[in-house]
Design a protein around this ligand. Structure first.
Ligand code: C3B
Length: 838
């Protein structure tokens, strides 16, 4: 057994203040931290002091496990997964760490004894919003599962000083506020100022032949910055494994400053410093829309260079034979954002470690694997050649070389097929020339995957078709998953308790075990408890809504929720069309007996995406009218929850009756919110898109509200010439709904405000809202009618949860481990703590 204890030391575990877990020890450690870390005595301590004192108390327990993990991996030179991602949307740490340590109840008790409420302290934490949405959150779920499955892993990312903006709603419009998440410090990270790595930008290259006759290229940069490591431990659930999330911050290199300073250019030196530090200042707030900004490319390269240099540094601590690098590390590229890694690893191996090109290329391809997360053409990253070449001149040469060798192979496989050659080329030669990052990722990886069955199929048929035909063996599907620890145990303690009382706690690590709930779907007593848990969650959300936006909603109405980034393809405005349809019906028939209905929206729009921001305005405008119209008489309520983030998700998912997953078929790669809702007992109304397809397969068609055209049907519609205006003109209710928006009914008579939305629907309707409108409205009606039969609804809810086991991120990570990473678990024993405490 690996141990931090030198031979001869006593091996009795003692309860010390930094590692002990009894209520009394936790309480004492907390007081100690309040005093000696925060420098406060109880009478003047603020909520934030309390939060920090508790965070440090919990962190000590994490560090014990983290050090043991690091030591074990180092001793065993364990094969390690490196997850490279420009985003990690972690959400607050404290609650999750308490769950994973198994200390939630003990800490709640210790706080209570101190006269504090754990919930108040949990609310103090600023969440690290280092991601936009699904892609960043997936990375966070995967870090949780990697640790829980005891897989050695490092997450490499960027420590943005400002994460995703905070959203305020003013007069119905989104306003962006900078997210100063580090303002009060971050107790979960440990700065590693001794781990700094140089990163070069710009300049030029020259070549020469060295005294051993080798062709060498030297990159003389125009600018150099250094990356500083900040480490956050990521603990698994009830295991000793705590993996490393290493985020990089950019800083000016001191010597550069001094150079300028010595020549008297003090302000020039300071400017240089500021420019360097800008690299990690802010997260780009676009989720699926490319913005070809130079600073973004700098961020991407900065991350990749720091991560790969760090891996090589770690490798060389244990072995000098870099030809086996890929045996130690396997690197997953989370979308194309880190795809420049392919060229950077080649540069490091060839230019700096003097490996022959072919050897380096072999290592590189065996190191990387690439996950694609979107089919949207506007999200496929490509960089204009002049920009790329001026920032990364050496990488452009390397890419040309990779491309030339690759295209030679393509020519052999498809003699004379010039068009295919042009499509496969890493360089886009049409009009302006670009570097295509997806092509670079495909050529430089040994495995390529999509994130849901349908998405992976469409990838092979559309954006990556040529690559699939060339190397079909590289392709596979890895359907996304979510961690049940954060998304059930932490956010829905009522449901967790109920489930565990009946089937034990194994399901938390083996989500398939939820199947054992199936027989209970017929059990009236269990169903009553199930219903009670949901109702309580809804009451809690209703209180939050009242407090946050001042709207009172009825917890016994159906809670119909749509939370995700705002995007036309996600079709929040289709949901609005249905709301207006219901509103119109009530106006026509004031005594109509409808199921009381609360629509809840949440989500951020990219700041430069005007249509998405207008959709937010539309939702709020419709809410204003509907919520106050006496004819409606509280039977319809519409709420837009501002600043939707991980914390807000944790409140929302447990309280949902109906989950809206209504994207245009073929556009949502997978979705993961759909999984979080269903795992918390919501039924889904959705299209055959992304992972909805597989959710429906698992829970059964009879327990899923399906509507809308399929991918094939939509293709057919477009082939025949899609004419949305004909649909609107032939559907009187739809036409009235569109006219009601156009005539200014929801905009105080302003007929211009929503014109961009309505006009687009009439004339073009790229995302086929009108084609799916009637089917959606009918399906909504069917769902709300069924909601009145609570017995049937609850039964369907139980069956949904019972059959959702597949969608654990543990399953997804197991598949990556077996099919792509070929990595085994490494058990971490817990060393004697008394030695550490000495
Ligand atoms: C998202 C996709 O939009 C989702 O369908 C998918 O579930 C997640 O990724 C995770 O795979 N996505 C994103 O959030 N940002 C991108 N740039 C591309 C895809």
């Amino acid at each position: 057994m690996t141990s931090l204890i030198p031979p001869g030391c006593p091996t009795v575990l003692t309860e010390d203040d930094r590692t002990g877990t009894s209520v009394e020890t936790l309480r004492r450690a907390f007081m100690d931290n309040l005093f000696f870390v925060q420098g406060r005595f109880p009478e003047v301590a603020t909520k934030n002091d309390h939060y920090l004192a508790l965070a440090y108390t919990v962190r000590d327990r994490l560090l014990l496990r983290w050090l043991n993990s690091a030591k074990t991996y180092r001793d065993q030179f364990s094969r390690t997964v490196c997850y490279l991602s420009a985003e990690f949307l972690l959400g607050p740490h404290l609650g999750n760490n308490l769950i994973n340590l198994g200390l939630y109840d003990a800490v709640a008790e210790a706080m209570q004894q101190t006269g504090l409420d754990l919930n108040v302290l949990l609310d103090q934490e600023e969440e690290p919003g280092l991601g936009n949405g699904g892609l960043g959150r997936l990375a966070a779920c995967y870090m949780d599962s990697l640790a829980t499955l005891e897989i050695p892993a490092i997450g490499y990312g960027i420590r943005y000083e400002y994460g995703i903006f905070d959203q305020e709603i003013r007069d119905g419009w989104q306003v962006e506020i900078t997210d100063k998440w580090l303002r009060y410090g971050n107790p979960w990270e440990i700065a590693r100022p001794e781990i700094t790595l140089p990163v070069k930008f710009g300049g030029s290259t020259y070549s020469y032949t060295d005294d051993q006759g080798r062709y060498r290229v030297v990159w003389q940069p125009h600018q150099m910055v250094q990356g500083i490591a900040y480490d956050t431990p990521i603990l698994g659930y009830k295991v000793n494994t705590a993996n490393l999330l290493r985020l990089w911050r950019a800083e000016a290199i001191e010597s550069f400053d001094f150079q300028a300073f010595n020549t008297g250019d003090y302000y020039g030196a300071v400017n240089e410093k500021i420019a360097s530090e800008n690299i990690t200042k802010v997260l780009y707030p676009n989720d699926e829309q490319l913005q070809g900004k130079e600073l973004r490319l700098m961020q991407q390269y900065f991350l990749c260079s720091c991560a790969l240099q760090d891996m090589i540094r770690l490798y060389l601590q244990c072995s000098s034979d870099l030809t086996r690098f890929h045996h130690k590390f396997t690197v997953q590229l989370n979308d194309t954002h880190p795809a420049i890694s392919v060229a950077e690893l080649m540069r490091l191996l060839v230019d700096e470690h003097l490996l022959p090109w072919d050897t380096a290329w072999d290592i590189t391809r065996q190191t990387f694997a690439y996950t694609n997360h979107t089919l949207l053409p506007e999200a496929l990253e490509k960089w204009p050649l002049p920009l790329f070449g001026s920032l990364l001149p050496r990488h452009l040469q390397i890419i040309y070389e990779i491309n030339q060798r690759f295209l030679d192979q393509v020519r052999l496989a498809y003699p004379g097929d010039q068009e295919r050659l042009a499509r496969l080329s890493i360089i886009d030669e049409s009009e302006c020339r670009y570097v295509r990052m997806a092509n670079l990722a495909c050529v430089g990886s040994h495995a390529i995957n999509g994130v849901a069955a349908l998405h992976s199929e469409l990838l092979k048929q559309t954006v990556l078709r040529d690559f699939y035909e060339l190397t079909p063996e590289k392709f596979s599907n890895k359907t996304n998953g979510v961690t049940p620890r954060r998304w059930m145990v932490l956010s829905n303690p009522g449901l967790t308790r109920l489930i565990s009382n009946h089937i034990g706690e194994d399901w938390i690590k083996h989500l398939d075990q939820l199947r054992r709930l199936e027989p209970l779907a017929e059990d009236a007593g269990f169903a009553a408890e199930w219903h009670a848990v949901k109702h309580k969650n809804k009451v809690r959300l209703a209180e939050y809504i009242q407090q946050r936006v001042g709207i009172s909603v009825d917890p016994s109405s159906i809670f119909d929720i749509l939370v995700k980034r705002i995007h036309e393809y996600k079709r929040q405005h289709l949901c609005v069309l249905n709301i207006i349809t219901l509103y119109q019906r009530l106006k026509d028939h004031p005594n109509l007996d409808i199921t009381p209905h609360t629509f809840i929206f949440g989500g951020k729009a990219a700041p430069g995406y005007y249509k998405a921001k207008l959709i937010i305005k539309l939702i709020n405008s419709v809410a204003e009218v509907v919520n106050t119209d006496p004819t409606v008489a509280d039977r319809l309520k519409v709420v837009f929850l501002p600043d939707y983030n991980v914390t807000c998700g944790q409140r929302v998912y447990p309280a949902a009756d109906l989950s809206e997953q209504i994207s245009t078929a073929g556009y949502e790669a997978s979705g993961t919110g759909n999984m979080k809702f269903a795992l918390n007992g919501a039924l889904t109304i959705g299209t055959l898109d992304g992972a909805n397809v597989e959710i429906r397969e698992e829970v059964g068609a009879e327990n899923f509200f399906l509507f809308g055209n399929t991918v094939e049907q939509l293709q057919e519609i477009w082939r025949n010439g899609y004419r949305p205006w004909e649909i609107a003109n032939n559907n009187p209710m739809l036409k009235r709904v569109l006219d009601l928006i156009s005539c200014g009914h929801f905009s105080h008579g302003d007929t211009e405000l929503f014109r961009p939305i309505v006009e687009h629907l009439w004339q073009n309707d790229r995302y086929c809202l009108l084609a799916d409108y009637q089917s959606y409205v009918d399906c909504q009606e069917q769902a709300t009618r069924l909601y009145r039969d609570q017995k049937q609804w609850v039964k369907m809810s139980i069956l949904n949860v019972a059959r959702m086991g597949k969608f654990s991120s543990d399953r997804a990570i197991r598949e990556y481990c077996e099919d792509i990473w070929r990595v085994q678990p490494v058990h971490v024993p817990l060393a004697d703590t008394s030695y550490i405490a000495q």
